[in-house]
Design a protein around this ligand. Sequence first.
Ligand code: COA
Length: 173
Amino acid sequence: MSAIEINALRSSPEIREWLSEILIETVAHGGSVSFMHPLQAKAADAFWDDALAAAGREERIILGAWDGDVLAATVTLLLDCPPNQPHRAEIAKMMTRRSHRGRGIATALMRTAEQLAVRRNRTLLVLDTATDGGASGLYEKLGFTLAGEIPDYAFKPHGGLSGALFYWKRIGG
Ligand SMILES: CC(C)(COP(=O)(O)OP(=O)(O)OC[C@H]1O[C@@H](n2cnc3c(N)ncnc32)[C@H](O)[C@@H]1OP(=O)(O)O)[C@@H](O)C(=O)NCCC(=O)NCCS
């Protein structure tokens, strides 16, 4: 298997197509990433068009992990925090293609996102994940602390409510 290369994704029709494909696959298999199944390509494309435009304005960084010319995983670092929280950033849309899971790719992406946040003088990272079927194990392994759970926070992609677990981590100290 070839080495994984991580880089910041820039807007192009091809990149948008890769990102939409991962998002639709993730949602179809029950990943809680803000959308319901079935996620239409048009809605996925619209989401990534906006997200990539925000990345172009440096309000966020959308990282991609490439296995050759296949986008294997992505994570977003949200930098556009309110004026009284310039030290904070948020992790979102952590998704690894099913064919590439269990190989440490999400871990590598999270570490890169953290380094980039530190370089932008961020000292606090936050994220949330579904209680039911989320990725709390991954985040706890990466040193995030659980702040708490909010019950019935969001619907799972195939229906039924799940709580959400909120995590934080001090970085760059
Ligand atoms: C969560 C996800 C991104 C992990 O991707 P991955 O590339 O397989 O993760 P890694 O290989 O880096 O796993 C790192 C560690 O976290 C653990 N882990 C990964 N996914 C986990 C999950 N869903 N729950 C608990 N632990 C998890 C792994 O067991 C692994 O531990 P190990 O090193 O002891 O084996 C992937 O399963 C996914 O895309 N899930 C669907 C979308 C989703 O739920 N995203 C999170 C939204 S908050």
